[in-house]
Design a protein around this ligand. Structure first.
Ligand code: GDP
Ligand code: MN
Length: 380
């Protein structure tokens, strides 16, 4: 789960990471009230879960109430890379002497935590990585040993932060590490981490991704989940316990197992089509799950054909076939369905469907043939 900047900052605060005082606002009037409370000058910031808000006009400085009104009015409703701004964060503006970058994430290949620190912050880190990779100081942290103050200091020296920032930065980075580990983050990123002219180091931005697998030990995360305005299709699928990711194409895909779902995307692409979604109904899926999956895909107006690709293992194909029939019974499916059913009880499953096959319920013997059919139907 990705957090909004303001939530990320609240999360940082729990771990003693310094941020600017501020508050959220959903209207222009609220923005002014928050600005009065934070003290001028303030910065008015779009709360959307996408980077590059500054460049898109979603971050503006304001010296008085009139400027807050102007900027809040402009930013609310602004579309930033497909994300419409519904909420603002207003904080007391900082003077900036230097902008740094700091983050922790997991290096799966090294099986260690990876910290990245750069004296060249403020810009997107991908840009720094490309144009000036030496400006990023990396540190691998053994999750058992953790990050010591000493290692953090050495890291800060290596990153060449300004001398007056180093001690505070090292302390802050150890806190950020604690936030990342104890806070069960997949990513904890500060860009920019600033040094003020008065010599104070603190976080001006927060990008936090929580590890959903750890949600069971964080009842306090519930407050974040509620505020999440997600893809409608994804919300519907989640409510039914399905692993669903919305994409831009026109072939709806249902497969069992993430591996098969990904291969299905590839085969659809190979056949010249594009997927409208990624939907893995998992192992052991029964009729109910299959019916729910078809309902979710059917509700996406971009879908022109539905490709059901099942290789039964624990999942029994006859159960899946029953699910398809149930869904056809329950909802008015508006796109043709192409089935590829193989594996456990495939013979029984196909037999169940035999009498129901038509122009809109088609069975193909192989994955490739089914993909071709689904793609041709989607472009028909
Ligand atoms: P992003 O563009 O989505 O990463 O949003 P940020 O929160 O990083 O803000 C973008 C840029 O706005 C920063 O890199 C700063 O240069 C600038 N900015 C943000 N907050 C302040 C502030 O309090 N004072 C000043 N002077 N600039 C700020
Ligand atoms: Mn930023």
């Amino acid at each position: 789960m990705d957090l909004y900047e303001y939530q990320g900052k609240q999360y940082f605060a729990r771990f003693g990471i310094s941020t600017s005082p501020g508050g959220v606002a959903d209207t222009v009037d609220e923005a002014v009230a928050q600005a009065e409370a934070a003290g001028y000058p303030v910065v008015v910031k779009a709360q959307v879960k996408v980077g590059g808000r500054g460049k898109a006009g979603g971050v503006k400085l304001a010296g008085d109430a009139d400027e807050v009104r102007l900027h809040a009015g402009n930013i609310l409703g602004l579309d930033i890379k497909g994300h419409v701004v519904r909420r603002l964060w207003i904080e007391h503006a900082s003077d900036i002497a230097k902008e740094y970058y700091a983050s922790f994430t997991l290096d799966r290949q090294a099986k260690l935590h990876l910290g990245m620190l750069s004296a060249e912050g403020g810009v997107e880190i991908e840009e720094v990585a490309e144009t000036n990779p030496d400006a990023i100081a990396k540190i691998h942290v053994d999750p058992v040993a953790g990050l010591s103050e000493e290692a953090a200091r050495e890291w800060v020296d290596r990153a060449n932060l300004d001398p007056e920032a180093r001690e505070q930065a090292a302390t802050l980075l150890v806190r950020l590490y604690h936030c990342y580990v104890e806070g069960d983050c997949d990513l904890a990123e500060i860009n920019p981490l600033i040094l003020t002219p008065e010599g104070k180091v603190h976080a001006l931005d927060a990008k936090v991704t929580l590890d959903d697998n750890a949600a069971f030990r964080h009842p306090e995360w519930d407050e974040f989940a509620g505020s999440d305005v997600e893809d409608e299709r994804e919300a519907r699928a989640k409510a039914r316990g399905l692993n669903y990711i919305g994409l831009d194409g026109s072939v709806g895909i249902i497969a069992n197992g993430a591996g098969l779902a990904m291969s299905t995307l590839d085969v659809v692409n190979q056949c010249g089509g594009s997927a409208a979604n990624f939907l893995d109904i998992g192992g052991g899926a029964n009729a109910d799950v299959m019916a729910a999956a078809l309902e979710v895909i059917n509700s996406d107006p971009a879908v022109r054909s539905i490709f059901v690709n099942i290789f039964g293992g624990i999942t029994r194909v006859d159960e899946v076939a029953n699910g398809v029939l149930e869904a056809l019974d329950r909802v008015d499916i508006s796109s043709p369905i192409v089935l590829r059913l193989d594996g456990t009880n495939a013979v029984e499953g196909r037999a169940l469907l035999a009498d129901h096959l038509s122009d809109t319920l088609i069975a193909e013997p192989t994955m490739l043939e089914a993909a071709r059919k689904a793609v041709s139907l989607a472009s028909a």
